[in-house]
Design a binder for this molecule. Structure first.
Ligand code: SAM
Length: 73
């Protein structure tokens, strides 16, 4: 139903990625991180560890997009 414009698709790469892995081979920093409807499966302590690991991967004005039901109080 939806197709990404070729100009945008050229800058997108898809790969398997485990949030629980000790090492994240990600280039960063990113303008945005989309992590939607994934953290809901993890306990609060693990969620906090992952959120802290996101911080240096985001540019200072970068945005984190999460799911509607995720609550990082
Ligand atoms: C409910 S789906 C959400 C998919 C998509 N993000 C969305 O919002 O439509 C949950 C996703 O979490 C992924 N997931 C679960 N544990 C994960 C982990 N440790 N690391 C990375 N992804 C994980 C699953 O593979 C699945 O694709």
């Amino acid at each position: 139903m939806v197709r990404v414009q070729p100009e945008l698709a050229k800058s997108v790469s898809f790969a398997h990625f485990n949030l629980l892995a000790n090492e994240w081979a990600l280039p960063g920093p990113f303008d945005a991180i989309f992590c939607r409807n994934v953290m809901i499966y993890l306990d609060k302590e693990t969620q906090e560890k992952i959120l802290r690991r996101f911080v240096p991967l985001l540019k200072p004005s970068g945005l984190l997009f999460t799911g509607h039901f995720e609550n990082f109080s």
